[in-house]
Design a binder for this molecule. Structure first.
Ligand SMILES: Nc1nc2c(c(=O)[nH]1)N[C@H]1C(S)=C(S)[C@@H](COP(=O)(O)OP(=O)(O)OC[C@H]3O[C@@H](n4cnc5c(=O)[nH]c(N)nc54)[C@H](O)[C@@H]3O)O[C@H]1N2
Ligand SMILES: Nc1nc2c(c(=O)[nH]1)N[C@H]1C(S)=C(S)[C@@H](COP(=O)(O)OP(=O)(O)OC[C@H]3O[C@@H](n4cnc5c(=O)[nH]c(N)nc54)[C@H](O)[C@@H]3O)O[C@H]1N2
Ligand code: SF4
Ligand SMILES: [Mo]
Length: 752
């Protein structure tokens, strides 16, 4: 007899966290639909979410640890081993390097999916602490680090990032984001496209700033085809207009540094920035006036504004635009979510935000949020001398494809003495590993999307227990065990010790919180409460504590009708906690207790911006100059979902988009093979001519290049594409955040 059961959970494949409805028959998922009863996503589903079971079923997905036999990944063979044997090899490899060369000789790289997997979200930090190395790297510095820095400087808390109140705004100014493909980022909004359509349906306006006429730009009222890398210039000129025309509306009890900013933006007139941005001065003035005049308005910037040389200034300027027009912390503007869980983010440990507490060995890069720039990882491995990195631990990362100068990244990975990867695939990066430790699939684990509920356009909570049982270790158990190994022989091999430490720490924090309703309770008593259900694991217990002691929590019975994990378990479609509400000044963590608009680091970097502007004006670009930008595709997910046949079949997606005029000048027809060359490297890709791109700009997506020998990605290898990060330059970083420059790369393109 076949039995069918229906389950609901949140999709972990992008930041939108849509509700999924999964039908399971005989232990296998036979149908995936959007959950129409999910109050946040209302049934929305994209092709990636629809294929989540294909990931689970992928024969190339590792089910057991594997060990490389042979030095050269191209010719190595791989041996499946037991977890016990894997742990022995990892213990030997890591401790050998630590004992001989010290902890800094072990580097860590944390990749993007580790923010989508609860076990990694909760256990990466203890793992990093246990390794105790200064060489910590993550995908954040090829992504959103500028936003963390600008939030840290403005609000005193790098995790306190305002999100556009999409459902109530009258005017959305979107820069360098393409949610019709990406489904939104640093802004969790299931069915982002539908929310945009409703802005226009209620009479609002959407302006999209992007060198490409994306589907998002097509759905907007206005497309502003900016020259890549110049969003900061544009935004600062908009600030200039606001001050010049006295269109500002600032609460000066809440905001400090206003005069310094007004003075500093004064020289950035629209006329001065216009030729560099490629936008008419009159349009800049008009855009600014419309933004200021709208009943509510919000500026929102993403990858295109962040992964550029002035990423932090641009991030700051996006918020500054919202702040000086009175649109920060107000409905319809940019608002701070208040998620159900308390991760300590809102409890306010200390005040102020600093970077540069130490500097990297090779490039002298300042630490930012405990990390060095991912672009600098190869230097730390390849540059001789004391402190050279000899071992690498990766969790959910594919730096071989995702960080700049991939050719050198591969050289660096090959040079390592020991490498262990927590990853479900043998891919371009993990083929260099000595041991690959696979986590369970997304259907076999608990999820609660902490990071994304903290960035959501409505306050929302959903817990997803494991759907398919597995005997394999959970991701947090793998990371916990790695942490014990890294700590040293005295730590033993019982991860329960670490679990207990984290749980006790969380409870102690809640008991000691200011005005804590559980100040008189004991850790032991509360520990017993959260551990009452034996079917739940440590990550569930930790979420339970965070939910109970969060803004909507039951505080272990002290707040009647408050939330607990039981309440979430009883609501499989998720719980809507209402629209965003104002949170200032309470949420501010600056030393002054105000929004520090004129942070010295920003004022200083505006001087660099001014100098760059002068330089660009003095040396106008040649008429035939080309710059490269990236792009995303709805059916792709960074570097790791190209092994799902239903997603990648059909037309080639890794093409070089090029304006027909530029293509003609280079003698290239649609479909022709073109060599794209930068200072750093060269790749060959087929040309796709389109008028939907600004002249002088070409675009190649990232995350491709699946032709590396030794990877085991059967489907992806059939449509490998080329790796755009062979072209990106590790030498040009945003100095305040250490973020890589991934857009606006000077290139030449010629027929081959
Ligand atoms: N040129 C260019 N480069 C870019 C970008 C760009 O726009 N242009 N974008 C950048 C951005 S925004 C990002 S976030 C980075 C991403 O860069 P990375 O995080 O380095 O890479 P991903 O492609 O996300 O690869 C994720 C890895 O995690 C593994 N994985 C998947 N699910 C899980 C899981 O549940 N647990 C574990 N342990 N592993 C898992 C996959 O097999 C894969 O190896 O790329 C960046 N690189
Ligand atoms: N389908 C799909 N969804 C994804 C991902 C994916 O790979 N595929 N990746 C996920 C991840 S890790 C992230 S970080 C998010 C990213 O989410 P988004 O930021 O929305 O991502 P992109 O689609 O890369 O959009 C960036 C846009 O910036 C434009 N651009 C490039 N340079 C500039 C510039 O200098 N100025 C301006 N104004 N625009 C510029 C590009 O043309 C592009 O349209 O998406 C997430 N969602
Ligand atoms: S939009 Fe994102 S969260 Fe929603 S189904 Fe698609 S991949 Fe999953
Ligand atoms: Mo990202």
């Amino acid at each position: 007899m076949t039995t069918e059961t229906i389950h609901h959970r949140a999709c972990p494949l992008c930041e939108a966290t849509c509700g999924l409805e999964l039908t399971v028959r005989d232990g296998a998922v036979v149908r995936v639909r959007g959950d129409r009863d999910n109050p946040f996503s209302n049934g929305f589903l994209c092709p990636k979410g629809a294929s989540i079971a294909k990931l689970h079923d992928d024969p190339d997905r590792l089910r057991a640890p594997v060990v490389r036999v042979g030095d050269d990944p191209a010719t190595a063979t791989w041996r499946e081993v037991s977890w016990d044997e894997a742990w022995e090899i990892v213990t030997e490899g890591l401790r050998r390097v630590i004992d001989r060369d010290g902890r800094d000789a072990v580097a860590v790289y944390l990749g993007n999916p580790s923010v989508h997997s609860l076990g990694a979200v909760l256990f990466n930090a203890p793992l990093v602490r246990a390794i105790g190395s200064r060489n910590v790297f993550s995908a954040s510095t090829v992504d959103q680090m500028p936003k963390h820095v600008s939030s840290g400087l403005l609000f005193g808390n790098p995790l306190l990032m305002p999100v556009p109140d999409l459902d109530r705004t009258d005017h959305l100014l979107m820069l360098g984001a393409n949610p019709y493909e990406s489904n939104g980022s640093l802004c969790t909004a299931p069915d982002f496209p539908g929310r945009m359509e409703r802005i226009r349906a209620r009479g609002g306006k959407i302006v999209v700033v992007d060198p490409r006429h994306t589907r998002t730009a097509q759905a907007a009222d206005e497309w502003i085809p900016i020259i890549p890398g110049t969003d900061a210039h544009l935004l600062v000129a908009m600030l200039h207009v606001l001050f010049e025309e006295d269109l500002v509306s600032i609460d000066d009890t809440l905001v400090t540094g206003i005069e310094a900013v007004a003075d500093t933006v004064a020289p950035f007139s629209p006329a001065r920035v216009a030729p560099v941005c490629g936008i008419d001065a009159a349009d800049i003035v008009r855009m600014t006036r419309e933004f200021a005049a709208a009943p509510t308005a919000v500026a929102y910037g993403r990858i295109g504004t962040h992964t550029v040389g002035f990423g932090t200034v641009a991030s700051w300027a996006v918020d500054a635009l919202n702040i000086v027009t009175g649109n920060l912390d107000a409905p319809g503007g940019a608002m701070f979510p208040l998620p159900a869980h308390d991760s300590g983010r809102d409890r306010g440990r200390g005040r102020g935000f600093v970077t540069g507490r130490r500097h990297s060995r090779v490039g002298n890069h300042p630490e930012v949020r405990g990390e060095f720039p991912a672009a600098a990882l190869p230097d730390e491995i390849l540059t001789p001398g004391a402190g050279k990195v000899r071992a690498l631990v990766t969790v959910a990362g594919n730096p071989a494809l995702s960080i700049p100068d991939s050719t050198r990244v591969a050289d660096a990975l090959a040079d390592l003495e020991f490498m262990v990867c927590v990853d479900p695939y043998r891919n371009e990066t993990t083929r260099f590993a000595d041991v690959i430790l696979p986590p369970p699939s997304a259907l076999e684990r608990t999820d609660y999307h902490m990071a994304f509920f903290s960035l959501a356009v409505r306050n929302f909570a959903q817990w997803s227990p494991p759907l398919i049982p597995t005997a394999a270790p959970q991701e947090h158990e793998i990371l916990g065990r790695l942490a014990l190994i890294a700590t040293g022989p005295d730590a033993g091999d019982d991860p329960g010790v670490l679990d207990e430490m984290l749980l006790v720490g969380a409870l102690e924090g809640a008991i000691a919180a200011p005005d804590s309703p559980i100040a008189d309770r004991s850790v032991d008593e509360l520990l017993a409460v959260v551990r009452a259900d034996p079917s739940r694991s440590t990550v569930d217990h930790l979420v339970d504590v965070m939910i109970r002691t969060g803004a909507h929590g039951d505080w272990f019975g002290a707040v009647p009708d408050g939330l607990s994990l039981d309440a979430l378990a009883a609501a499989p479609h998720g719980i809507d906690l209402g629209p965003l509400t104002p949170r200032l000044p309470g949420a501010l963590r600056t030393t002054s207790g105000t929004i520090e608009l004129g942070a010295p680091a920003i004022i200083d970097d505006l001087a660099r911006l001014s100098a760059a502007l002068d330089d660009a004006l003095a040396h106008p670009a040649d008429a035939d100059r080309l710059v490269l930008v990236g792009r995303r595709d709805l059916r792709s997910n960074n570097s790791w979902m190209h092994n799902v046949e239903v997603l990648v079949k059909g037309r080639a997606r890794c093409t070089l988009q090029m304006h027909p005029d530029d293509a003609a000048r280079a003698g290239l027809a649609d479909g022709a093979a073109a060599e794209i060359r930068s200072r750093v490297g060269a790749v060959v890709a087929p040309v796709e001519t389109t008028t939907g791109i600004r002249r002088g700009v070409v675009s190649l997506p990232h995350g491709w290049g699946h032709d590396r020998p030794g990877a085991a990605l059967g489907v992806a290898a059939g449509r490998p594409g080329v790796n755009s990060n062979v072209l990106t330059d590790p030498g040009t970083l945003d100095p305040l955040s250490g973020n890589a420059t991934l857009n606006g790369i000077p290139v030449t393109v010629r027929a081959v």
